[in-house]
Design a protein around this ligand. Structure first.
Ligand code: VGL
Ligand code: ZN
Length: 233
């Protein structure tokens, strides 16, 4: 049997997603930071690697409502960035996507990882492989997953990093439970890794839709766990 090697992926713990001043502040988002800090500082968990992700948009990113002269949280139809056609219909592929307030603009204070988290992340033992994966930097497409854009065209270094380090499973935490954590975990499971999400270490944009969100995790084969299970992974 192959020995398990579990990575921790911490998604988008960035100022713009945090109350009270973040432009896309997620309710109670700051509550998870001490929990996450604890995960990376205690020696109780032997992580095989630790990844922090960062939403990293150009200032005119297409996911910003301001680029389309519509209010934030409007759903718009987007066309495939390379004009790829659906073979069945011959029409250019489209996706419906929500547009957001401007957020996580490259090199802005809102794009920074929370300072206490960053301090702990930087102090992780050099024996544990760690990296920061940026996403969302191509202007013409949305990214929720830290593996790829929503069209599956451009892939980040996430999968290669996991494979190079012999990772067999990944535990996800962070923001937002119903967007970037969800889409990252789904892609991770699709890539064949044992995939877990620590529910109490995440917060949602839409906390009242938690049941729908959790159905999507379950359909993707992602296990929703609590931290007492970590020692058994
Ligand atoms: C996210 C909306 C837009 C996230 C990122 O990190 O969940 N949500 N960009
Ligand atoms: Zn974003």
């Amino acid at each position: 049997m192959v020995q398990s090697k579990i990575a921790l992926a911490i998604i988008d713990v960035q100022e713009d997603f945090l109350p009270s001043h973040g432009s896309l502040a997620i309710k109670d988002g700051r509550d998870i930071i001490p929990l996450i800090n604890n995960l990376i500082t205690t020696r109780k968990f032997k992580w095989g690697a630790i990844i922090a992700t960062q939403d990293w948009h150009p200032k005119n990113h297409t996911s910003f409502a301001s680029q389309h002269n519509v209010p934030p949280f409007t759903e718009l139809e987007f066309t495939h960035p390379l004009g790829e056609k659906d073979p069945a219909t011959g029409e250019v592929k489209t996706q419906k996507q929500v547009v957001w307030p401007d957020h996580c603009v490259q090199d802005s204070s809102g794009a920074c990882l929370d300072a206490s988290f960053l301090g702990n992340f930087n102090s992780i033992s050099p024996n544990i492989p760690k990296t920061v994966v940026k996403k969302g930097y191509l202007c013409d497409r949305e990214y929720y997953s830290c593996f790829q854009d929503t069209w599956g065209i451009h892939h980040t270094e996430m999968e290669d990093f996991l494979r190079e380090n012999g990772i067999t499973g990944v535990v996800f935490v962070g923001l937002a439970y119903d967007y970037c954590v969800l889409n990252s975990a789904r892609d991770c499971a699709k890539d064949g890794f044992n995939t877990y999400v620590l529910k109490d270490y995440c917060k949602s944009v839409y906390p009242d839709k938690i049941a729908e969100t959790e159905d999507l995790y379950k359909e993707a084969g992602v296990k929703i766990i609590e931290d007492d299970l970590l020692k058994e992974l």
